[in-house]
Design a protein around this ligand. Sequence first.
Ligand SMILES: [Zn+2]
Length: 194
Amino acid sequence: MTNGEQKLSEEQWQAILNNDVSCDGEFFYAVKTTGIFCRPSCKSRLPKQEHVRIFENAQEALSAQYRPCKRCKPTGERLPDKEWVSVITEYIEHNFTEPLTLEILAETCHGSPYHLHRTFKNIMEKTPLDYIQQKRIEKASEYLVHTNMAVTDIARKVGIPNTPYFTTLFKKRTGCTPTQYRQQHQQEASNAIQ
Ligand SMILES: [Zn+2]
């Protein structure tokens, strides 16, 4: 065994299996077959246990000729919460029309669902789901005013395929139904032109 390398313990293996973010920084694992090393929380494909090598820190893994994983960036500083949340909001802004769950966000943005939810709420003062719905309703409002698409189509297009649910959510957030909203704002828009 080279300097700094440790024997893989059962706890470490469990941490790797569960992508346990709370173990980040405690150790790093390298995979012999790929030549890459990761943080315990990395969502990359699970290696075979016998190919795993454990290092106490990133420097030792580098000295042993392993390359840092591009996904979990084990040599970089942990992203400050604010930056992490801006990665998450940016992802939401580009993907809110797709089915998005806390689990999908957590997997894409590298953290546990619990940790993501809590950090997001601390910084944005709303939950990730609230933020997703806000984006969807904003986009739907645009479609209502600037297109003649049917409400059902708009609902589907902004990622809420269940139209009754969309209508309820829309009313809750804007105070009127999608149809009322369209009438009011299209009226205003045509008044403005005249
Ligand atoms: Zn990784």
